[in-house]
Design a protein around this ligand. Structure first.
Ligand code: AMP
Ligand code: TRP
Length: 332
């Protein structure tokens, strides 16, 4: 994580709900696969989590759980720094500074804000400001690439707009980051309602495949997944969203192309497809779960790791913040 000849990658996950296979296939799996090529910073974004109400004890526990899941998925501390967002105050501070140059209209247009605020009786100011905090996360580390799922596209665009606006007003300060999205797996859908994104906040059985679900539960959820009555194996998002989602999960896990998957399953029933998907999911997640449970036995290990992670990234964030403060006339 100190190799400055490599381009920098930054990404994050909120410590809320259950870390599911959409988070893994859309984001973390790709971080792991590419980690050797980049200088990586991975964050657990607890300040983003509190833009909606959270139970404090649960938030604390989940923050550490996500860090362990990162490691269990295969992130290697030789190549990555892992830390908790709130441990580096520069994130909050840069957010304030960027708030002052971000037009409110840009934030009001964000679809995630519109969706989330529609579900709440009253909302905190943090919810509309969420994308500015995300921009601060990314811009503090001179990030080149941000590997995320498709739902973050609009937030990355906003980050670029904010960076460009600042650079235009105050002189070249920020690297303009690029979002990177996987070809397959950028948007895994709910197994129960395959027209809706798999979501961490749903507690309904049979909706998500959680990374820490026992094999039996994973299998049950997949076997119950909503399909259709066409009895046809095809990647057809519009007419067969359930079958397409199962095929996509299979494709992303096995790395096969669409054609070979269609050849493999054509003429077979949905029961066979589901069984094969369940086997692929379980054999991918079993070693991840084993590593997770081994590490979870030692809480002091995770606290030390997060402390080390914060120490490694702190100088990068503080340097960038100092330059911003100078540009704005807050210090010399
Ligand atoms: P979040 O759970 O919202 O903190 O998301 C963490 C990461 O997982 C982000 O990169 C998201 O874009 C990605 N992600 C979340 N849900 C999905 C999904 N259903 N399919 C693919 N990627 C997802
Ligand atoms: N908003 C992202 C999500 O919900 C999480 C996030 C916060 C993030 N800051 C980030 C992702 C910076 C990438 C880079 O998925």
């Amino acid at each position: 994580m100190t190799d400055t000849t490599k381009k920098r990658v930054f990404s994050g996950v909120q410590p809320t709900g259950n870390f599911h296979i959409g988070n893994y296939l859309g984001a973390t799996k790709n971080w792991v696969a590419d980690q050797h090529n980049y200088d990586n910073v991975f964050c657990i974004v607890d300040l983003h989590a509190i833009t909606l109400p959270q139970d404090p004890a649960e938030l604390y526990r989940k923050s550490r759980e996500v860090a362990l899941i990162y490691l269990a998925c295969g992130l290697d501390l030789e190549h990555c720094a892992i830390f908790i967002q709130s441990h580096i105050p520069a994130h909050s501070e840069l957010t304030w500074l960027l708030n002052c140059i971000t037009p409110l209209g840009w934030l009001e247009r964000m679809t995630q804000y519109k969706d989330k605020s529609a579900k709440q009786d009253s909302i905190g100011t943090g919810l509309i400001d969420y994308p500015v905090l995300m921009a601060s996360d990314i811009l503090l580390y001179d990030t080149d690439y941000v590997p995320v799922g498709a739902d973050q596209k609009q937030h990355i665009e906003l980050t670029r707009d904010v960076a460009q606006r600042f650079n235009h007003l105050y002189g070249d300060t920020f690297v303009i980051p690029q979002g990177t999205f996987p070809e397959a797996g950028a948007r895994i859908m709910g197994l129960d309602v395959p027209t809706m994104k798999m979501s961490k906040s749903s507690d309904k059985g049979g909706h998500a495949l959680n990374l820490l679900d026992p094999p039996k539960v994973l299998k049950k959820s997949i076997m119950r997944a909503t399909t259709d009555s066409l009895n046809n194996i095809a990647f057809d998002l519009e007419n067969q969203p359930g079958v397409t989602n199962l095929l996509t999960i299979y494709q992303t896990i096995t790395g096969q192309d669409e054609e070979s998957i269609i050849n493999q399953f054509s003429g077979q029933g949905y029961g066979t497809l589901k069984k094969q998907v369940a086997e692929a999911v379980i054999s991918t997640l079993e070693p991840v779960q084993k590593r997770y449970h081994e590490m979870a036995d030692d809480p002091s290990y995770i606290d030390q790791l997060l402390k080390d992670g914060a120490e490694r990234v702190r100088p990068i964030a503080e340097n960038r913040l100092r330059v911003v403060q100078e540009r704005l006339g807050l210090r010399k």
